[in-house]
Design a protein around this ligand. Structure first.
Ligand code: HMG
Ligand code: MG
Length: 299
């Protein structure tokens, strides 16, 4: 059975813009996020409080986040790798954070300058302090299916780190197919294994990149398994600066088109969202890679 409603966790302003070669002006980011919220998205990831040298595209987080204060009723999570990032986010009143771990050692080293276990130790006080403050915590887990340096990633390796993130106290887990190599059978195998190990499906979201064109099929496989939180990025923006071969995320418009066809509610106004992606593509100077954006905007 498919769910009646899906919550879309919009990541375009973070996962999308972190990967742009050009630095997008802060006022454009602020307008982008306002427009995403106005299109009916209820969770719009805003930015990252990471080291500005590691992700220069998001170095304006202190300037951007206060510009979003007038957005009511929409969750605006931010990425936080360590206590320094948490201090920065809490100082601006952030109420939702995300830590981001890796299922593989190579990516943990490249993305966080830590081993997998060292990064979990780095997250521990972050999650503990956030929970004490009643701040909602998402735990991202990258390289759940394949890793560009290590190849296919064994399911048990993913399950170990997923459980460790939940044991730290994360409220939800997002399973990242960082480089977009997952296929639907692999998705269902991982979800079943996580359930068997006690990670509940209602705490799991899926985060697919569309490198091999499998993101929608993978999403449908996850929905059939009972998942109701799906990450996507407006216009299919995205990638990861520390993972070669990662292309854009599943495009939010492609996701909404499929969900509407299945009679699944999202609350998103597809025309308003498409117009936003067309507008942003003009700002970036190149067309959106989303098939749905192209189909709906060439009329
Ligand atoms: P490090 O070099 O090991 O940092 O980097 P450190 O702990 O040794 O600290 C060195 C200096 O950095 C210190 O300053 C710290 O204060 C400062 P000093 O005392 O020398 O003057 N510092 C900071 N400054 C500002 N904000 C901070 C911060 N932390 C330390 N938060 C670190 C470790 C984690 C900081 C670094 O590796 C980093 O920032 N990494 C972020 C990488 C990133 O953002 N990647 C993209 C997001 S993940 C992703 O896209 C995947 C996802 O979409 C899911 C999927 O697709 O799989 C989520
Ligand atoms: Mg990602």
């Amino acid at each position: 059975d498919l769910p009646a409603r899906v919550r879309i966790h919009e990541v375009g302003a973070r996962d999308g813009l972190q990967n742009e070669k050009a630095v997008v002006p802060t006022e454009v980011k602020a307008e982008f996020i306002h427009r995403l919220a106005a299109s009916g998205l209820t969770t719009v990831e805003a930015t990252s409080f990471v080291h500005p040298k590691w992700v220069p595209q998001l170095a304006d987080a202190e300037d951007l986040f206060p510009r979003l204060a007038d957005i009511g009723g929409v969750a605006l999570p931010v990425l936080v790798p360590n206590e320094r990032g948490l201090d920065r986010a809490l100082a601006l009143g952030a109420r939702r954070i995300a830590v981001f771990g890796s299922a593989t050692e190579t990516f943990a080293a490249r993305n966080l300058n830590r081993t997998v276990d060292e990064s979990l130790a780095m997250f521990e006080p972050v999650v503990a302090r956030a929970k004490a403050d009643k701040v909602h915590v998402r735990g991202y887990l990258s390289m759940c299916f394949g890793d560009p340096w290590e190849g296919p990633v064994p399911v048990h390796q993913v399950v170990r780190v997923a459980k460790a993130l939940m044991d730290l106290g994360c409220d939800e887990l997002s399973l990242g197919d960082t480089i977009g190599v997952a296929t639907p059978g692999h998705v269902q195998t991982l979800l079943s294994e996580l359930n068997e190990e006690g990670v509940r499906t209602d705490t799991i979201g899926v985060h697919f990149h569309d490198t091999y064109g499998q993101a929608l099929s993978n999403t449908l496989a996850a929905l059939q398994h009972g998942v109701t939180t799906v990450d996507a990025s407006a216009g299919g923006l995205g990638g990861c600066p520390y993972a070669k071969s990662a292309t854009g995320n599943l495009a939010t418009e492609d996701l909404v088109w499929m969900l509407e066809g299945l009679g699944i509610e999202t609350g998103v106004d597809l025309d308003a969202l498409t117009a936003t992606s067309v507008w942003l593509a003009e700002q970036l100077g190149r067309p959106s890679p989303s098939r749905t954006v192209r189909a709906l905007s060439v009329r």
